[in-house]
Design a protein around this ligand. Structure first.
Ligand code: SIN
Length: 331
């Protein structure tokens, strides 16, 4: 009997992998999100040996312009594709906010079929562009039976990272992604998949967040703390602008300058949700009992940009800080 190749859908959203500039030596100053999905697929004909490929353009943007709307569109489309018999999904995405979309999908896809995000650090026009090899690896990962149930993953520079763990840790190098709290999930070598690690937290089918009927998410913004952090004016302004939740990039294990903290205590009394994350690259945030009683929530080991994603989804279900804290411990 002929071997049936897995059906993999490639959903394109833009980024450097689809970037272009009229100089083959330029790796900055290009325009991201120019090349379409068909061209990306044609550039790597070898992926057709791995899977039956279909392509769809979801957006074509620089991922610094990523929105809740595009992330919701992606989640709904992927859930639809899986229900229609697609075996795995690859998303081409800008690297700047890839970890945010990956984590959002990790919490909103209702299937244990593989979802893999992939991008590039060099535009498609560059000498030694990394996009084609990364795309080949991503398709190999999405097509591999071992990938089932692993949650959403990122395939960059021959490494496999989990959506929850992965962080962009270099601004320009092709080895731009790592997982400071987890380590790599595994590696892709000559199209073969090797897993060495497992995901500890719950995701996808076990996540409680259902976005199928949502057209928008509660507004959540991020604020830094820093030396000489002043009057809390930014926190007040964001709430006045409609923020239902704030994530604080605290210092160390989550400390916040007292000037800003006093304002946050007032905002907590008004019903604003406040999650404390950290500016530090690795480790967990410790919110003491006194602060927890006031309503401060620990982001655990999630960085501010991922804590923002989880808080926005949590607020679709509850504004109870204890319940939201449970989500941060579990997902
Ligand atoms: C982007 O995130 O869209 C631009 C940068 C990149 O993809 O590396």
């Amino acid at each position: 009997m002929a071997y049936a190749k897995p059906k993999i859908a490639i959903l394109a959203t833009g980024g450097t992998i689809a970037g272009s500039i009229d100089s083959s030596v330029a790796t900055t100053g290009y325009t991201a999100g120019v090349v379409g999905v068909d061209v990306l697929i044609q550039a790597v004909p070898q992926i057709k040996d791995l899977a039956e490929i279909s392509g769809q353009q979801i957006a074509n943007i620089d991922s610094s312009n990523m929105t809740d709307e595009i992330q919701l569109k992606l989640a709904k489309e992927i859930n639809k594709l899986f229900a229609s018999g697609i075996d795995g999904v690859v998303i081409t995405h800008g690297t700047d906010t890839m970890e945010e979309t990956a984590y959002f999908l990790n919490l909103t896809i209702k299937s244990d079929k593989p979802v893999v995000l992939v991008g590039a650090m060099r535009p498609s026009t560059a000498i030694s562009a990394d996009g084609p090899k990364n795309l080949y690896n991503a398709v190999a990962l999405a097509a591999d039976k071992q990938s089932k149930g692993k949650g959403v993953m990122v395939a960059m520079n021959d490494k496999i990272q989990s959506a929850r763990g992965v962080v962009k840790t270099h601004s320009l190098n092709v080895d731009a992604f790592s997982s400071p709290d987890f380590g790599d999930l595994g590696y892709i070598v000559d199209g073969k998949i090797f897993f060495y690690n497992n995901v500890a937290k719950e995701h996808t089918k076990k996540s409680p967040f259902d976005v199928s009927k949502l057209t928008a998410l509660p507004k959540v913004d991020i604020l830094y703390t820093y030396s000489n952090d002043g009057s809390g004016a930014a926190a007040k302004a964001l709430v006045a602008d409609g923020a239902k939740g704030l994530v604080i990039a605290g210092s160390g294990a989550g400390s916040i300058h007292q000037n800003q903290k006093e304002v946050l205590k007032e905002l907590l009394k008004q019903g604003v949700s406040v999650v404390v994350s950290s500016r530090v690259v690795a480790g967990r945030v410790a919110v003491g009992d006194t602060d927890a009683k006031l309503g401060f929530i620990s982001a655990e080991d999630l960085n501010p940009q991922k804590a923002r994603i989880l808080l926005a989804l949590a607020l679709t279900k509850t504004s109870d800080p204890k319940k939201i804290q449970e989500y941060f411990l579990k997902y």
